[in-house]
Write a protein that binds this ligand. Structure first.
Ligand code: MN
Length: 420
């Protein structure tokens, strides 16, 4: 599919992350005003809350954009999602006679404050990147036992916290927790020393499933409203001590940062690709009827306080072993109902090479091989005031589909967590 041209010239630049082909959904405010729903186009945000209020955008018999979240739009279902996209195309496409109806509702993207684009109902995080699981398993259990025996058969996950999902730009405070040195007899309580990022994609569920009714992979795919970049902040020393036998708990509850724009499944359609070849055949309920992954270039940038931004990893979402649709289908096998606004983390996305590892744990190989940054600083894990930024894009025929940045800065741990 080629670039679809808009009358807004900035949207037609080949390096613009938000051409007409994209139309991602976010929540923004400007000049201290109330947060409202917006659509990114070129270097502008279209205020669709105002557009609906003016009578120029009607999706249902009552307003759905009159609140600072996209959940009510999601709940209308795929026909309404398609209708919204068609209406937006109609207003923004080159040569339209409707230009004057929306021109007043476009605001500069630069300087806008972005908010959480949707209310997160529940958050589940998976462990579905094969290279990540192999790297971590090799470090903890040796190369022979790197992948647990279930890994090639089941998308491993855990139920996380929706309450600590935050939008890009939110500072993240280094947590305290129980830590135990390998040679110590007992744990102690102290600030996390091995604080880390995880490069992931988040899939947002836009259609619910019924209690007691598992969904197929094809149905699961149709339930996904869109995708965001996701940083699953992880306290590796807390995780190492607490994780057996029930998996991560406090190590991953501090914060999860997402990018501010929901890139829709429709915008990603031209970039679908197959999951890698299966080493072991999957059970029928996990088999995919078609390509369910996407070709999304991803990168991680680290900026020390006062230092130079440095790209520390480059990889691609197509490296995943399981797609979000497979994860979602698996999630419902128990009869667990999925809700509008549920968020699924893909699991850390690492490639085969050192340069493509999606966490500090892997990049520094458990702290044994620290990275040296251009300013001379070394890093095994994240230090206070480090800024971490994820970026992602699909490369189309003369255009890009961008996600916006997923950024967070590590703040020092509280000096006295209990006010003692
Ligand atoms: Mn994770």
């Amino acid at each position: 599919m080629p670039l679809m041209k808009s009358w807004l010239e900035s949207a037609n630049a080949p390096d613009c992350p938000f051409p007409l082909n994209n139309l991602p959904y976010g929540v923004f405010s400007h000049d201290g005003g109330a947060p409202r729903c917006g659509v990114a186009i070129g270097d502008r945000i279209l205020d669709v809350t105002a557009l609906e209020a003016s009578g120029h955008l009607s999706l249902a018999d009552k307003p759905v954009l009159d609140r600072p979240e996209w959940n009510a739009v999601m709940a209308l279902g795929p026909q309404a999602w398609q209708r919204l996209r068609t209406l937006l195309f109609g207003y923004l496409v080159e040569g339209t006679a409707l230009k004057s109806q929306v021109a007043d509702y476009l605001h500069p993207l630069a300087g806008a404050t972005m908010h959480m684009p949707f209310a997160v109902a529940e958050f589940t995080d998976f462990y579905a990147g094969r290279h990540h699981a192999t790297n971590v398993g090799t470090m903890f259990r040796g190369a022979e036992n790197a992948l647990p025996p279930n890994w090639l058969h089941i998308p491993i996950g855990y139920n996380g916290r929706a309450s600590s999902v935050v939008v890009s730009g939110t500072d993240v405070r280094r947590p305290w927790g129980q830590l135990k040195a390998p040679d110590a007899d007992v744990p102690h309580f102290a600030p996390c020393v091995r604080f880390d990022h995880e490069l992931e994609m988040g899939a947002i569920i836009g259609r619910p499933s019924r209690p007691g009714h598992p969904v197929s992979v094809a149905e699961a795919d149709s339930m996904i409203f869109g995708y965001v970049l996701l940083n699953d902040w992880s306290a590796r020393d807390i995780q190492a001590w607490e994780y057996q036998p029930l998996g991560p708990f406090q190590a991953k509850a501090t914060a999860t940062t997402i990018s501010p724009w929901i890139v829709t499944r429709e915008a990603l359609e031209p970039f679908r690709c197959m999951t890698p070849e299966r080493e072991k055949p999957l059970l029928p309920y996990l088999q995919e009827p078609g390509p369910m992954l996407y070709d999304i270039e991803l990168e991680v940038e680290l900026t020390p306080k006062g230092g130079v931004p440095t790209t520390i990893a480059r990889t691609n979402y197509r490296e995943m072993y399981y797609s979000a649709a497979q994860q979602l289908a698996h999630h419902t096998t128990s009869g667990c109902p999925m809700r509008v606004g549920d968020l699924l983390g893909s699991g850390t996305i690492s490639g085969q090479t050192r340069e493509s590892r999606g966490s500090m744990l892997e990049l520094s190989w458990g702290g044994k091989e620290p990275l040296t940054l251009p300013g001379g600083e070394t890093r095994s894990f994240l230090e206070d005031h480090d800024r971490l930024t994820l970026r992602g894009q699909c490369r189309g025929d003369g255009y890009l589909i961008g996600f916006g940045e997923c950024t967070g800065t590590v703040m020092p741990a509280l000096t006295r967590p209990y006010g003692l």
